[in-house]
Unconditional design. Structure first.
Length: 189
């Protein structure tokens, strides 16, 4: 399998480039945010537990997302590979993920970390919220909290993969196609 992680703060482009990579390489897109929103829509117990956390811009428990990911890996054991978007989001998730991948004889090939100025992030998220109606994309305080949580809990994950020599940083400013050309060149190494 060929597995990539797209990493970065909320609104930094993980979803946008995941779609392009999936189309180009035939991989499966796994977004923990999308999976959790679908659990909320289906009103499952997991969804109900996640809802209050997500509305505040806080994380759902590590164990919840880790077992969701493991379920998908098991169901798709013949897949060509995966693009993980929004996971892992804490160092504990990254460690548990490595243990899990090892168990299935899999590994992460590369982590692409997107960077965008904070003001630009906020305006992109607000614009996305207007289009999609997503509640956590429309409230300024929730957005600020998500960015703060990103800095305190998620950014350290960068160091984790840097130590494994798997981290590539991409500045996602400018035209999507131009940025994607950089992403593609990293994927094809
Ligand atoms: P964004 O990256 O723009 O914040 P996502 O759709 O990836 O949006 O995530 C939305 C929310 O879902 C997060 O704010 C968080 O509450 C929850 N979430 C998503 N992925 C995880 C994860 N791996 N661990 C914990 N919570 C998560």
């Amino acid at each position: 399998m060929i597995n990539f992680i797209l990493f970065g703060p909320p609104g930094s482009g993980k979803g946008t480039y995941s779609k392009k990579i999936v189309e180009d390489l035939g991989l499966i897109h796994i977004s923990t945010g999308d999976l959790l929103r679908s659990e909320i829509e289906k009103k499952t117990d997991l969804g109900m537990q996640a809802k209050s956390k997500m509305e505040k811009g806080e994380f759902v428990p590590d164990e919840t997302v880790i077992s969701m990911i493991e379920g998908i890996l098991c169901e798709n054991d013949l897949a060509k590979g995966f693009v993980f978007d929004g996971f892992p989001r804490t160092v504990a998730q990254a460690q548990a993920f490595d243990t899990m991948l090892h168990k299935y004889n899999q590994s992460i090939r590369q982590v692409i970390a997107f960077e965008v100025e904070e003001e630009e992030l906020i305006s992109r998220i607000m614009a996305r919220g207007k289009e999609s109606g997503r509640a956590d994309d429309q409230n300024y305080d929730v957005i600020k909290n998500r960015i703060a949580v990103y800095h305190s809990k998620t950014e350290p994950v960068k160091e984790y993969y840097k130590a494994q020599k798997k981290l590539s940083v991409v500045i996602n400013e400018g035209k999507i196609d131009e940025v994607y050309a950089k992403v593609s060149s990293i994927l094809s190494v």
